[in-house]
Design a protein around this ligand. Sequence first.
Ligand SMILES: C[S@@+](CC[C@H](N)C(=O)[O-])C[C@H]1O[C@@H](n2cnc3c(N)ncnc32)[C@H](O)[C@@H]1O
Length: 248
Amino acid sequence: MAVLADGSIVLLKGKKREFLVEVSEGELHTDLGIIQLKELREMGHGDSVTTHLGHDFVIQKPRTIDFFRHCKRVGAPMIPKDIGIIIAYTGLNKEDEVLDAGTGSGILAIYLGSIASKVITYERNAEFAKIARKNICATGLKNVEVRYGDILSEAPQLKEKFDVITLDMMDASQMIPFIKNMLKPGGFVVTYSPFFEQSKDIREAMGKEFSEVRTLECMERDINFAKGRTRPSTRAIGHTGFITIARL
Ligand SMILES: C[S@@+](CC[C@H](N)C(=O)[O-])C[C@H]1O[C@@H](n2cnc3c(N)ncnc32)[C@H](O)[C@@H]1O
């Protein structure tokens, strides 16, 4: 098995805790003891590392969901139930070029980049753009470019055309007039808005220019399994945002 390269990011999965760490000279201090991260240099995925208090952690290659759980967050990252809808209904694939705004922590951009050929994502907050770049760099994705800027002022000059455009930003309705010139024929635009009013503004801005327009939301509820008492959990992830999908 190949040993881990210095600087690579791995998931350390224990029975009660898990950590996303960089293979480096440092130490990881946890409530279950200290792990010498340099020990990982001799190891590979599937091996175990032990804290000085004797707790084992299995080394795993992180997947996108692990970055969602552990990377630094700013604002309100999109959550997997909503990202899944976007990927499924746009039919996102490895040939697609995607425009995304705003970047926030880069969570949606990371998911999109793990499937599409290229993702350009705009963020108008310099600090958020920096954090998103760091998060994206940790994933190892080379096809996601974070551009610092306001998409509303950049959009009229943009020469690139996209298969899919995702807008998770307050004033998404103001982007709609630019979308027709930015989408490739048959491409999709998707907006994500927490409020009815924003979704209504987006639908009004779309007018009759787009086809297959729909606004939906997705709820996620676990099923609890217990002998003779198997039923849906009382708690659910209910409202997060309304997703409007439209096509040229
Ligand atoms: C809800 S967060 C996006 C979360 C992101 N989709 C994720 O999954 O991490 C909205 C972001 O849009 C940015 N934003 C709002 N309006 C923008 C604009 N006109 N141009 C670029 N970024 C914008 C905000 O600064 C904020 O970081």
